[in-house]
Ligand binder design. Structure first.
Ligand SMILES: [Zn+2]
Length: 209
């Protein structure tokens, strides 16, 4: 469970991240975002080739205790490794922004003391990824209100889109909303025009943002 303070902190960090990479439309490109932050990026397949012997992707996943991805900090820079054999591309997109969340939210700055803290940091990284891939202010302004719309616009899996929609309903206004809306202004206008033309399953009022 994320405390209110940390919830606000992670939302702020995710908006600052979007602004820092110059994001102005959806879907966000996680590969481009990582490139802009100058972090290293590698795949489990590449790691297999680097290790002597007959190492498989499953061996890598087991050794790093993650089927999806992990990040290492060398003291100078971060390097994200992700499992490129995962068939669902949207899962990879989420993993990359989850790892970015660990970096941006400062999770490498202190050791993990217990399982509860570990779970908290995982929740924070998930919240960060959700708010980067489906920024609450933009989703509301575009009137996206079904999991299908969110999947198409943001490149989320159906389940992630469903969870994210419920989360967005409870997210209050944020001081950085106006900056984000300004950055995404053209995209939001195009999105609203499309929804107007395609009629009307609009269920979030953009004036409520
Ligand atoms: Zn994690």
């Amino acid at each position: 469970m994320i405390s209110c303070d940390r919830f606000d902190f992670v939302c702020r960090k995710s908006y600052e991240f979007l602004l820092s990479i110059g994001a102005s439309s959806l879907p966000i490109n996680p590969f481009e975002a990582i490139r802009k932050k100058h972090w290293g990026l590698t795949t489990y397949t590449e790691l297999c080739a680097m290790v002597p012997g007959n190492v498989t992707v499953n061996d890598i996943a087991e050794a790093c205790k993650s089927r999806d991805g992990f990040t290492v900090y060398s003291g100078g820079n971060y390097c994200i490794a992700y499992n490129d054999t995962v068939r669902v591309r949207n899962r990879i997109r989420f993993t990359l922004m989850h790892e970015a969340g660990h970096i941006i939210c400062g999770h490498f700055n202190g050791g993990i003391t217990d399982i509860n803290q570990y779970r908290e940091l995982e929740s924070e990284a998930n919240l960060f990824a959700s708010n980067v891939l489906a920024p609450a202010a933009v989703i509301k302004a575009c009137g996206l209100c079904t999991p299908e719309q969110l999947m198409a616009a943001c490149g989320l899996s159906y389940n992630a889109a469903k969870v994210r929609l419920e989360q967005i309903m409870s997210i209050k206004q944020h001081p950085l909303d106006s900056k984000i809306l300004k950055a995404f202004e053209s995209y939001i206008n195009i999105c609203n025009r499309r929804i107007d033309i395609g009629s009307a399953d609009i269920c979030l009022d953009s004036s409520a943002v």
